[in-house]
Design a protein around this ligand. Structure first.
Ligand code: PLP
Length: 406
């Protein structure tokens, strides 16, 4: 390939694009390509056998034969039943909504980006957990917003520390957030879940300091143990005063990422704006096929099956960690979701250690990939969602050996 000529088009990209920093993802991507034999614990993918391929094939076939208008602008009647099926699913999570209260989106990612369109611009601040889902940080920065991290502990967002930070900012005249992005249930990357009391305290802070909350519930339905905790949006609705939580969900982890179906449930005052920005992106053919599939197997039936499988994968990984890890290593024990968050001794850099780990047969995601600013060097995320029991055992043993030698 010839080199880009002087004056190449990338000069014309926005500051946000040109200034985007190198990411630990780059090292991960490169090593994943050069070590295909290593067990991949770095991604948050569902396992491929989990996909309802036969059922989707039958549903797609039926739509094409009986409702070809699904391929037309405007879509088919089948797609109209999708919001109802999602509303039923979300209702079982404790958030009672009608089909009309819900905006179907092209995955949770598009939903987060659209919400950033509505709330963020240069000069505004968005708070995220530290660590958090990196794509969300990219969307926020693309809108010119400053991203500030809030500390996490074993119970998720440290709401008391957040309160101190907000009070300090108010005292010193530093910018207060417009939006706080949180993954309160089975957090990515830590696997932690925010207890109900902290959720209440977080909602108090949002009222006191007047910010909106974006609740990302990507993993919320995948609970393997313990009592469910109500979504922030459900608690918000029970409180006096205007609602300030926007709830986002996705079918990526329960049906398949490739269907690109997510949803937003937003307070009325902003939902029309969010819907308007999403209108042209409605993938009516896929929506029709998924709606047809969900008429045969409900979300709940599907989730029940998946939870059984993921529970055993999670248990397997935790047993392997217990059996293999050196004594000075810590890790979270999630009640749901896909992830275990590992803390190494200070001074061990997980990104620098990745090539050795890959050569030993395991690839993970370095913790710093999830920090909106500095930090996370001695942490790493491993996922139990894709590996077979044998692969998980092999990978955890390789990780333990690598850490020991580091
Ligand atoms: C916290 C979180 N939110 C959103 C997403 C993306 O969801 P979708 O595939 O529906 O865009 C992910 C995927 O990894 C995630 O971890």
């Amino acid at each position: 390939m010839p080199e880009d000529p002087p004056g190449a088009i990338d000069r014309l990209c926005t500051d946000a694009v040109r200034d985007s920093p190198a990411s630990p993802y780059d090292a991960w991507r490169e090593l994943s390509a050069t070590h295909p034999e290593a067990v991949q614990l770095g991604v948050g993918f569902p396992f491929t056998d989990a996909f309802p391929t036969e059922e989707l094939a039958a549903a797609t076939n039926e739509i094409l034969r009986k409702e070809p208008e699904a391929l037309q602008y405007g879509g088919s009647e089948a797609a109209d039943s999708l919001p109802g099926a999602i509303a039923d699913h979300v209702g079982r999570r404790g958030l009672a909504v009608g089909a009309d209260d819900l905006i179907v989106t092209g995955g949770a990612s598009r939903a987060i980006d659209t919400i950033a369109d509505v709330f963020l611009e240069p000069g505004r601040v968005v708070f995220t957990e530290e660590a958090t889902f990196p794509s969300a940080v990219t969307y926020f920065r693309d809108h010119g917003a400053a991203v500030a991290g809030c500390a996490l502990d074993r119970e998720g967002l440290d709401v008391a520390a957040l309160g101190d930070d907000l009070a300090r900012r108010e005292r010193t005249g530093e910018d207060l957030p417009t939006l706080l992005y949180t993954i309160p249930t089975f957090q990515n990357p830590t696997g932690t879940t925010l207890p109900e009391k902290r959720r209440e305290a977080l909602l108090d802070l949002a009222t006191e300091y007047d910010f909106a909350i974006l609740e990302d519930d990507a993993y919320g339905a995948l609970r393997y143990d313990g009592e469910s905790v109500p979504p922030l949006a459900a608690m918000d609705r029970e409180r006096p005063g205007p609602d300030r939580v926007i709830h986002v969900g996705t079918a990526a982890k329960t049906i398949a990422p490739g269907v690109r179906i997510g949803w937003v449930i937003a307070p009325e005052a902003v939902s029309e704006e969010i819907e308007r920005r999403h209108a042209g992106a409605a993938n009516s053919f896929v929506r029709s096929a998924v709606a047809r599939y969900l008429a045969e197997e409900s979300f709940e039936e599907r989730v029940a099956k998946l939870c059984e499988s993921y529970r055993s994968r999670r248990d397997h990984m935790l047993e392997a960690l217990e059996g293999e890890m050196p004594s000075h290593i810590g890790w979270t024990e999630p009640d749901g979701g896909f992830f275990v968050w590992v803390t190494l001794p200070d001074g061990i850099d997980a990104e620098a250690m990745l090539p050795t780990a890959a050569a030993a047969g395991v690839i993970y995601m370095p913790g710093s990939a999830f920090y909106p600013n500095e930090g996370g060097e001695n942490r790493l995320r491993i996922s139990f969602s894709t590996g077979s029991p044998a692969e998980t055992e092999r990978a955890v043993a390789a990780l333990a050996r690598t850490i020991e030698s580091a």
